[in-house]
Design a protein around this ligand. Structure first.
Ligand code: ADP
Ligand code: TYD
Length: 208
């Protein structure tokens, strides 16, 4: 097993952007290369976090306030950090996240209009400002993402209005503009193999 150095990478994008496909490809690639690598999806990843996930995604929870929502995301995240992510990074392993703090910034901060201040505070309080070294944003026009989701049984966020999704997408693009060195933005209209080639190149640079 290769245990070169800890590496923390997150994948972000609107629902249906193709990020889960990419994070899984990277996971299997790194495993094959002999690295110790973990893949977590948010919300979830621990038994408490999975319970919180089912509350958050339940389509019947229409009365949930934006503040209750953001606190639940950070509660799930803090539990996952303590149980799994921080110990793995301390052991010098690779952690891949299918969504992390930037999801809360884009969906709750921008989509739900909570603003940057509470998100900055919660990020410090509940994640100790532990940022990924690299965040891959798979950007995709809303209409293309809608087409990809149309076959699925949609959850609470996937059923949101186009206006909400538009805000989330532009929220992500603004975050990437503010921190260009942490972000790799890829065009999700490319084929899975094409996207993976771009992502692998950047990850390889970090590992070398
Ligand atoms: P997300 O995790 O961002 O919601 P997924 O990776 O689950 O997205 O992909 C959503 C759907 O789009 C799936 O049916 C998947 O097979 C398909 N898909 C994923 N990546 C691509 C791509 N690059 N081009 C076309 N379709 C894709
Ligand atoms: P999931 O089915 O995992 O979506 P995807 O496959 O697109 O990643 O559902 C997670 C949903 O939760 C997704 O719609 C985005 C939303 N979300 C937030 O609103 N804030 C957050 O902090 C996180 C992590 C997710």
């Amino acid at each position: 097993m290769k245990t070169k150095r800890a590496l923390f990478i997150s994948f972000e994008g609107i629902d249906g952007s193709g990020k889960s496909t990419q994070v899984k490809m990277l996971y299997h690639y790194l495993l094959n290369e002999g690295y110790v690598v973990h893949l977590f999806r948010e919300p979830g990843g621990t038994s408490i976090s999975e319970k919180i996930r089912s509350i958050l995604l339940d389509k019947n929870n229409v009365e949930m306030t934006p503040i209750a929502e953001v606190l639940l995301y950070f509660a799930s995240r803090n539990q996952l950090l303590h149980e799994k992510v921080l110990p793995a990074l301390e052991r010098g392993e690779i952690v891949l996240m299918d969504r992390y703090v930037d999801s809360s910034r884009a969906y709750q901060g921008v989509g739900r209009a909570l603003g940057a201040r509470p998100l900055n505070y919660l990020t410090k309080f509940a994640t100790y400002d532990r940022k990924p070294e690299l965040t891959i944003l798979v950007d995709l026009p809303l209409e293309t993402a809608e087409d990809r989701l149309s076959e699925k049984n949609l959850d609470r966020f996937e059923s949101e209005s186009m206006q909400f999704k538009r805000k989330v997408r532009s929220g992500y693009l603004n975050l990437a503009k503010k921190e260009p060195s942490r972000y790799l933005v890829v065009d999700g209209r490319a084929s899975p193999d094409d996207l993976f080639r771009q992502i692998k190149l950047r990850v390889q640079e970090l590992l070398d």
